[in-house]
Structure formats: structure tokens, C-alpha cells
Design a protein around this ligand. Structure first.
Ligand SMILES: Nc1ncnc2c1ncn2[C@@H]1O[C@H](COP(=O)(O)OP(=O)(O)OP(=O)(O)O)[C@@H](O)[C@H]1O
Ligand SMILES: [Mg+2]
Length: 240
């Protein structure tokens, strides 16, 4: 993304959600996208996914402008508030999604079962999604995001609503994706989790990047990401 600006019209004057955002996620990286509530993380993801157009600037995915639908073919996405067809069972939802990606026969069935196992929903797979808890909804939507074996996975707060085991599962899944050469771009408020899984971190505040770099260089030995976060946000608030 280069110089991406998004301003939403609003009665009290336009809301600048992103102000000239420059961001590059290298292939094969696990990239943590941090920032306080309202910083613009979800908005940036929505631009990447082609849900909203940038007011100014340029966003590209795999070399294609994000407004071209081909740019989205190799992407998996978990939204901030996942929800889906609640009248289907978990297995039916994944089967339907796999069909949309033109997976057929035994390959499709295998992929569905693998995905259920990956997110730990094997037992609940035959139940309607309407009976799932919030964390189970999160898990089935994550499985849905991964069904096409995407090269880039965009996760908006993947650990929200998950129990400690669920959070560990997410860490494991992100690690497995990285080991298979996939790129993971995710937002999170769980700084201790981010510290454990990310190669690169960007911190956003009021629509601007206020810190960015390899996780190891942002956080000094003996320091925690939380301290770095508090410091750069406090400095950014003073500057604005
Ligand atoms: N459709 C919209 N209309 C008007 N303002 C919007 C709209 N969507 C987002 N905003 C504003 O843009 C800013 C960025 O919101 P965004 O949802 O991107 O933040 P976020 O970093 O994802 O926050 P959170 O951590 O709470 O999820 C906020 O000020 C928000 O109120
Ligand atoms: Mg958000």
C-alpha cells in the first residue's frame, strides 16, 4: 500500500481513518498489525480486500490492483466479527465453501475434514452453526478462510473470543502457515501473542504508521512489546 488515505464522510466533518498509509508485507512473513481501537486496522484490511476504495493512494496484492477481482483469488480472510450461514452444519459450510473454490470429489472431502481438524471442530462438525459458541464460530470461519489453501491470509483479530487453548491453536496454525511459505497479515490486541509469532510488526495510530520493523529490532532484549506499544502510542498522541 502506498499513500493510502481513507476518509469517511460524517456529519461532524470527515473522519480520516487512514492518512497516507505506506505498508509492504513481504511474502512468507507473519506480519502483526497493531494499534489502539479506531487506529484504522480494519479499514486498511477492507481496502486490501477491495471492500472500500481508498480516497487516495494505491493498494496492490500480488502485483494486481486490489480492485481487480483476480487479486483476491489467493487470499483467505477472517473478518473482525465473523458470522455465516447458521442453518448449515460446520461440515456443510466448509463443503459449500470448497465447492465455491471448485474443489471436487475426494480432494474436497479431504480438505473439509483436514480443515475441521486444524481448527479443532471435528466433534461439532455435524451440528448446526446456530448452536456454536462464539469461539466455535470464530474457528469455523477461520477454517472457511483457509479452505482454498490461500497464499495470503488476512486475519482481523483472530484470537478475539478464543479461550487459552484456542489462542494456542491460532499460534500453531499461523506457525504452520509460515512453515509452508504462506504470508499471514493479522491484527491483534494480544501483544504477548503477537510477540511470539510475528516476524514483522507495524503499529498504527490515527491512520498512520508510528513504528514498523522486524519484531526483534522493535523490542529490545528484556523488554516487552507492550512497553514499546505504550511508548510509541504516547509519543504519537503528543505529536498530534
Ligand atoms: N463506515 C464508516 N463510516 C465512518 N467512519 C468509519 C467507518 N468505518 C470506520 N470508521 C472510522 O475509521 C476509524 C478507523 O476504524 P477501524 O475500524 O479501521 O479501526 P480499528 O483499528 O480496526 O479499531 P479496532 O481495534 O477497534 O477494531 C475510526 O475512527 C472509525 O470510527
Ligand atoms: Mg478493527
Amino acid at each position: 500500500m502506498r499513500g493510502v488515505t481513507v476518509s469517511f464522510p460524517s456529519p461532524g466533518g470527515a473522519v480520516m481513518a487512514l492518512s497516507g498509509l505506506d505498508l509492504t508485507v513481504e511474502p512468507g512473513q507473519v506480519f502483526g498489525f497493531l494499534g489502539p481501537n479506531g487506529a484504522g486496522k480494519t479499514t486498511a484490511m477492507h481496502v486490501l480486500l477491495g471492500f472500500i476504495d481508498a480516497t487516495a493512494g494505491e493498494a496492490r496484492l500480488f502485483g494486481h490492483d486490489v480492485r481487480e477481482s483476480i487479486a483476491r483469488q489467493r487470499i483467505g480472510y477472517l473478518p473482525e466479527h465473523p458470522d455465516t450461514y447458521r442453518f448449515l452444519t460446520g461440515r456443510e459450510l466448509l463443503d459449500l465453501t470448497a465447492r465455491l473454490f471448485k474443489l471436487r470429489g475426494a480432494a474436497r472431502r479431504r480438505r473439509v475434514e483436514e480443515s475441521l481438524a486444524t481448527v479443532g471442530l471435528y466433534e461439532a462438525a455435524s451440528r448446526r452453526i446456530a448452536t456454536y459458541s462464539r469461539g466455535m464460530m470464530q474457528r469455523i470461519c477461520l477454517a472457511q478462510a483457509l479452505i482454498n489453501d490461500p497464499d495470503l491470509v488476512i486475519l482481523d483479530e483472530p484470537t478475539g473470543g478464543l479461550d487459552p487453548m484456542g489462542r494456542m491453536d491460532i499460534r500453531r496454525i499461523i506457525g504452520e502457515l509460515r512453515d509452508r511459505g504462506k504470508t499471514v497479515f493479522f491484527s491483534s490486541h494480544e501483544l504477548s501473542e503477537v510477540e511470539l509469532v510475528c516476524d514483522t510488526i507495524a503499529i498504527l495510530c490515527h491512520g498512520r504508521i508510528v513504528a514498523q520493523g522486524p519484531a526483534a529490532s522493535l523490542v529490545a532484549p528484556g523488554e516487552h512489546l507492550e512497553q514499546v506499544f505504550m511508548k510509541v502510542i504516547a509519543e504519537a498522541e503528543v505529536a498530534t
